[in-house]
Design a protein around this ligand. Structure first.
Ligand SMILES: Cc1cc2nc3c(=O)[nH]c(=O)nc-3n(C[C@H](O)[C@H](O)[C@H](O)COP(=O)(O)OP(=O)(O)OC[C@H]3O[C@@H](n4cnc5c(N)ncnc54)[C@H](O)[C@@H]3O)c2cc1C
Length: 285
């Protein structure tokens, strides 16, 4: 699929963001590699888009090619391993594992990202993160080579990875899970889903926790203690339900969201001397 001037508000969970010049969703990992190669050959900027669940794309949009992994949705079981193409959603992967009676991916079932984005971020929640389940990933290097990297070679840390540092593109990931019983796995997924629904403002657009957890603190608590719950610019607010989330109340622009983020950073620093760093990535600013 190739689209021109495609609004990024349609492809991000914040529901904001202007047009990408070109939006391409390859239907195979080989095609994805070819698109990356073509962009590099022509010197055209490109960006690998997962599910857009950790991105704030500017109102002006993105000048270049958005290469979306949404079409790379292949998934297969191999003994206790689940092998997923990078565009598979974590939810689909977690439910597939459950159906196969494989435990370990329950933590990921409520993270609205793709397997590729989760490897990039070492996404995690509750009692798990990608580093706990990944065995290896197939990546495309900036030079165009395909390599298999073991989990120990990925330098996974808190929202950190070699994939992120070196501009690698995840093509496939192999996760090693453990035999379990489907019923128990499903109950755990349902329990985690309930806990998310209770605590998080899932009825609004957002990118989840806007800020990284600062050493020794909780971002949400600092924001709440700064009196910023409900702080609003245009259509963007600090959530009343969970102060760590900046939400789109329906008609926000990317600039509104950015203004809320900047005010929160300044105000928390003024009151507590802690500068919050964003987990959300800014694209096209
Ligand atoms: C309601 C909500 C709840 C959330 N809860 C959590 C949570 O509990 N834990 C958590 O960790 N995160 C959470 N998030 C944030 C987000 O879902 C994760 O960071 C997720 O891993 C991002 O994946 P994505 O596919 O959406 O990536 P995107 O947002 O599309 O991209 C993020 C980065 O990953 C890169 N990327 C994407 N795919 C690839 C690939 N194939 N190869 C190389 N790089 C790639 C992109 O280039 C970009 O730099 C939440 C978000 C929301 C909206």
């Amino acid at each position: 699929m190739i689209l021109i001037d495609e609004p990024m508000s349609k492809h991000t969970t914040f529901g904001v963001g202007g047009p990408a010049d070109v939006y391409i969703a390859p239907s195979s990992t080989e095609e994805l590699a070819q698109v990356v190669k073509a962009c590099r050959k022509l010197g055209v900027p490109y960006f690998i888009l997962g599910r857009g669940s950790d991105l704030l794309v500017s109102d002006a949009g993105y000048r270049g090619v958005m290469i979306a992994t949404e079409g790379l949705a292949g998934m297969e079981a191999d003994g206790c391993d689940l092998v997923c193409e990078s565009g598979v959603t974590l939810k689909d992967a977690a439910y597939k594992a459950c159906e196969l009676g494989l435990a370990g991916l329950e933590f990921a079932s409520g993270i609205p990202g793709s397997v590729g984005g989760a490897c990039f971020m070492n996404a995690g929640a509750y009692d798990g993160c990608m580093a706990d389940v990944l065995l290896s990933v197939d990546v495309l290097t900036p030079e165009g080579a395909v390599q298999t990297l073991g989990v120990d070679e990925l330098e996974l840390g808190y929202r950190a990875s070699r994939i992120r540092n070196e501009g690698l593109v995840v093509l496939k990931a192999r996760m090693r899970l453990t035999p379990g019983d489907s019923q128990g796995i499903r109950e755990k997924i349902e329990d985690l889903t309930r806990r998310r629904e209770e605590k998080q403002p899932l009825e609004y657009g957002s990118a989840g926790s806007t800020f990284k957890r600062p050493e020794g603190y909780f971002a949400g608590k600092l924001i709440m203690d700064s009196g910023l719950k409900g702080y609003t610019v245009g259509g963007a607010s600090v959530s009343q339900k969970h102060a760590g989330f900046v939400i789109n109340k329906g008609n926000a622009t990317a600039s509104d969201v950015r203004a809320v983020i900047a005010h929160v950073q300044d105000e928390v620093e003024r009151q507590f001397g802690v500068r919050l760093e964003t987990e959300v990535l800014f694209i096209g600013w």
